[in-house]
Design a protein around this ligand. Structure first.
Ligand SMILES: [Zn+2]
Length: 275
């Protein structure tokens, strides 16, 4: 799944490559897929997109917002798979869920694996996902330590909540999924199941810095090496804890890394370092 660092990377690349590009062809998916969410019919995508120009793409959490000028926005995200720019039509993927062709011969394709959304909406209209309200961009200035503490206190007031739940299952921050949760927990020395109401001030501060640190490191590296960018290249961020680490010595203390299933995904952790 693309998470925030991958989507920031791809949105920057799309902005560099395609701002001002005119769409001359559009195909809203040639492969039916139950878990791809669209906001309109195939012919409506074509009617709206063909003849319009792309504005500068930006990332919002794990989604890319792509202005389609004048008047529309394409939002792509919450997805596993690939968003790829092709120099020409020779190597387009056979199964694709969106394809845009440009006047200079290039193509943009979106191929969803697992699930994902490709929403088209008029500017200022809601885009089919409203679950993001109240979430904070964890790499933005608005995510101060005071804001983080306020979110934690608000969450703690709603009953028992874990560190992983706060970040990824019913999150208060946007764009983090099961991938980056692992390294954030490791850097914060917190177990993913740890109850947030039991955290000391020092632990909260360490967690806050771990969120910012891991995500910013990953953005600087162009995302994880297990995901691909707009040009099909892997990112440079190698996770400390993912499936490859299972049974390997913890880089902090040498204890074998363990795995548990929790909140819809595998968690990898050091049983000595992460409490
Ligand atoms: Zn350890």
């Amino acid at each position: 799944m693309y998470e925030l660092p991958e989507m920031v990377t791809i949105a920057r690349q799309v902005a560099d490559e395609l701002t001002g590009a005119k769409v001359i062809s559009c195909e809203r998916g040639n492969s039916p897929h139950k878990w791809v969410w669209y906001s309109m019919e195939p012919e409506e995508y074509e009617q709206v997109l063909v003849g319009r120009e792309l504005g500068g793409a930006t990332a919002e959490g794990n989604r890319m917002l792509l202005p389609v000028q004048p008047g529309w926005v394409l939002a792509i995200g919450d997805m596993g798979g690939r968003i790829t720019l092709h120099p020409d039509g020779s190597a387009l993927p056979k199964k694709r869920h969106l394809m845009l062709g440009f006047a200079d011969g290039r193509y943009l394709s979106v191929c969803v694996q697992g699930w994902g959304g490709i929403w088209l909406a008029e500017e200022g209209q809601s885009i089919g996902f409203q679950d993001t309200e109240g979430r904070v961009n964890p790499t933005g200035d608005e995510f101060s330590y005071d804001r983080f503490k306020a979110l934690l206190e608000d969450d703690a007031g709603r009953g028992k909540r874990s560190v992983k739940a706060f970040m990824a299952s019913k999150p208060r921050i946007s764009g983090v999924g099961n991938g980056y949760v692992q390294d954030i927990c490791f850097r914060a020395r917190l177990h993913p199941k740890r109850d947030i109401t039991t955290l000391s001030g020092r632990e909260r501060l360490r967690w806050y810095h771990a969120i910012r640190g891991v995500l910013n490191d990953a953005i600087a590296s162009g995302g994880r090496d297990t995901e691909r960018d707009l040009f099909g290249q892997p990112g440079g961020y190698v996770a400390t804890l993912d499936r490859r680490a299972l049974g390997q010595p913890c880089p902090g203390c040498g204890t074998a890394i363990e795995k548990t299933q929790y909140l819809g995904g595998s968690c990898y952790f050091c049983p000595e370092c992460q409490l």
